[in-house]
Design a protein around this ligand. Structure first.
Ligand SMILES: Cc1ncc(COP(=O)(O)O)c(C=O)c1O
Ligand SMILES: N[C@@H](CCCC[NH3+])C(=O)O
Length: 419
């Protein structure tokens, strides 16, 4: 069920007409549906119900909004974080430290220290060097840090090269063939509780075969470690499941993914951990924008909207597709390129695409903008930081204010020696 749907000719988020939000908050604005978030959280969990022991850690990077984290925390999700900032957000949302997994290739000493002190549930370390540093930090605090070793399985996830993480030439994890030795050496350190392995081969994965191949390799590695007398109780399979961005697109969903995982892990006898991001948040948000004007172009008109690549970076960064639909569609269609106001040609959301006919002043949305949308926003061209709203049935609230350029300007100083 789509919680962003037309009612009486107007696009709604649940029971709220989007023009009501646009008028009150202004545009561009991200709008999230609580019902969609909750439904996705439950669908994903249900898809894994055949597994005896599961830990779910929502990938905070996909949408770190506090209200979003609160909804998912209430659904029993822990958090997968990649910085102290994300950890603080997860804790602020009420997620237990013991349900937090800390991933990332570049955790600083300060971050390791803060996460140890917070008592987080698992460090996914990405090198032997990091393991040694974590052991020194943990020893200094008189504690034993729970650790999974992230392994690079050298599997091509078949996704965009910029969001692929599991090939040998990607920076993530330790090389597959060195992993057993590294795990064994780190297991000898008293301040590390080496309890598992972790893998994550990329994001927006639309074919289950690469994930299956990676998980099978991880199973083999787990067996090798156990064969060496080492205990492996936790296997973190990361996130990565893709979502449909184009209407009508058919992809393997949580049910197919869950069935594949159940098959591969049937004899693992371990807690299977997951770090889903996009599959939970992607379709739970839209970016509402207003058409500034329509101007003629060489091949087709340009629809210039008031959202830009600083608000939604995915098209500029990854040539990503987001459906663009009118909030009050007339039924007419037009072929146009949809662009933002920023001074570079990468500020393009759609090129010569068939879209709902729109004119200056009309509202439209970019769909499937709940993941890697607001969280990647910036203030390029001295634009505001885009606000965020959450809808729950017929009520809604601003869950992140627009940060005006003037506020950012006020944080800057011209030193007196430049006067
Ligand atoms: C370590 C790790 N876990 C989880 C995720 C979440 O991925 P996704 O949003 O594709 O589920 C990512 C991002 O790709 C990641 O790098
Ligand atoms: N930012 C990327 C996903 C990166 C996943 C992080 N490991 C996107 O929008 O598709």
């Amino acid at each position: 069920m789509d919680h962003f749907a037309l009612r009486n000719g107007v696009l709604h988020a649940e029971d709220v007409p989007l023009p009501e939000i646009a008028e009150a908050v202004g545009t561009p604005v991200y709008v999230y549906s609580r019902a969609t978030l909750t439904r996705h959280a439950r669908v994903f969990r249900d898809a894994l119900s055949a597994l005896p022991k599961v830990h779910l850690a929502f990938a905070v990077k996909s949408n770190p909004n506090l209200a979003v984290l609160r909804v998912l925390g209430r659904e029993g999700y822990g958090a997968d974080v990649v910085s102290e900032g994300e950890m603080d957000r997860a804790l602020a949302a009420g997620i237990a430290a013991s349900d937090i997994v800390f991933s990332g290739v570049g955790k600083t000493r300060r971050e390791l220290h803060a996460a140890c002190r917070a008592g987080i549930g698992q460090f996914n370390i990405e090198s032997e060097e990091e393991g040694l540093e974590l052991s020194r930090v943990a020893a200094g605090l008189g504690m034993r840090a729970p650790v999974a070793l992230r392994v690079n399985p050298d599997v091509d996830a078949g996704t965009h090269s910029k969001i692929s993480t599991g090939k040998a030439d990607n920076k993530f994890g330790v090389p597959y063939h060195e992993a057993a030795g590294i795990f064994e050496r780190l297991s000898a350190l008293a301040s590390l509780d080496m309890r598992g392995l972790a893998v994550h081969i990329g994001s927006q994965i639309t074919d289950l075969a690469p994930s299956r191949a990676a998980f099978e390799k991880m199973g083999a590695l787990m067996r090798e470690l156990r064969g060496r007398g080492l205990s492996v109780t936790h296997m973190d399979l990361g996130g990565g499941l893709g979502v449909p961005y184009k209407s009508g697109e058919k992809l393997p969903g949580p049910a197919e993914y869950g069935a594949m995982v159940a098959e591969v892990t049937a004899d693992w006898d371990a807690t299977i951990m997951f770090e889903p991001g996009r599959v939970i948040t992607g379709n739970s948000g839209v970016l509402v924008t207003e058409v500034v004007r329509v101007k003629p172009g060489a091949a087709c008109p340009f629809v210039v909207v008031d959202a830009a690549m600083n608000d939604l970076a995915r098209p500029a960064l990854y040539d990503a597709w987001h459906d663009f639909v009118a909030v009050r569609p007339s039924g007419e269609r037009m072929t146009a390129s949809v662009v933002g106001p920023i001074c570079e040609s990468s500020d393009t959301f759609a090129t010569a695409r068939k879209i709902d006919a729109v004119a200056a002043g009309d509202l439209a949305v970019f769909r499937t903008a709940g993941a890697y949308g607001a969280t990647m926003a910036n203030t390029y061209n001295s634009r505001a930081l885009v606000p965020e709203v959450m809808v729950d049935a017929s009520r809604w609230a601003i869950v992140a204010n627009r940060i005006e350029p003037a506020t950012i300007l006020a944080a800057e100083r011209v030193p007196e020696w430049l006067e």
